[in-house]
Design a protein around this ligand. Structure first.
Ligand code: 9YT
Length: 131
């Protein structure tokens, strides 16, 4: 069994990942090496920012537990409001803008799981990494 606590086990360690864009911070609680088949993160999208995201190599589901913002699907132009209680799943690898008007706290799962080092490239993509 794995038990981890955000404050004691993640914050201030390499599993607290700050995006190079400075628009988000990902606190990664479960990673590929944990063998669960997915990774599990508690992510902050900082208020007043927008982030280009395109998970070409991964599926991601996201559940918002705090904050306010929106997701714009780039291909269709459809905009979805996001607040406490909103879930979205990128089952079509949709490229999107993620905007936070008030810092969003998002619980995210990735399949395949992240190894822990991933940050977005200029197109918002995470590479497929091995441990
Ligand atoms: C919601 C989202 O995709 N945020 C960007 C960071 C990512 N979820 C991560 O690595 O935790």
């Amino acid at each position: 069994m794995i038990v981890r606590r955000l404050k004691e086990d993640i914050l201030g360690t390499p599993n607290e990942v700050h995006a190079e864009t400075k628009t988000w911070t990902s606190r990664r609680l479960l990673l590929k090496k944990d063998g669960m088949g997915f990774s599990f993160h508690d992510t902050l999208i900082h208020g007043g920012t927008e982030t280009l995201i395109h998970y070409a190599n991964h599926l991601e589901a996201v559940y918002c537990v705090e904050g306010e913002g929106e997701l714009e699907e780039i291909e269709s132009g459809v905009v979805h409001k996001i607040s406490d209680g909103t879930m979205y799943a990128l089952n079509g690898h949709e490229k999107h803008w993620l905007r936070a008007t008030k810092t969003l706290r998002m619980i995210c799962v990735f399949n395949p799981p992240l190894t822990g080092r991933e940050d977005h490239d200029k197109d918002g993509v995470y590479p497929l990494l091995e441990d």
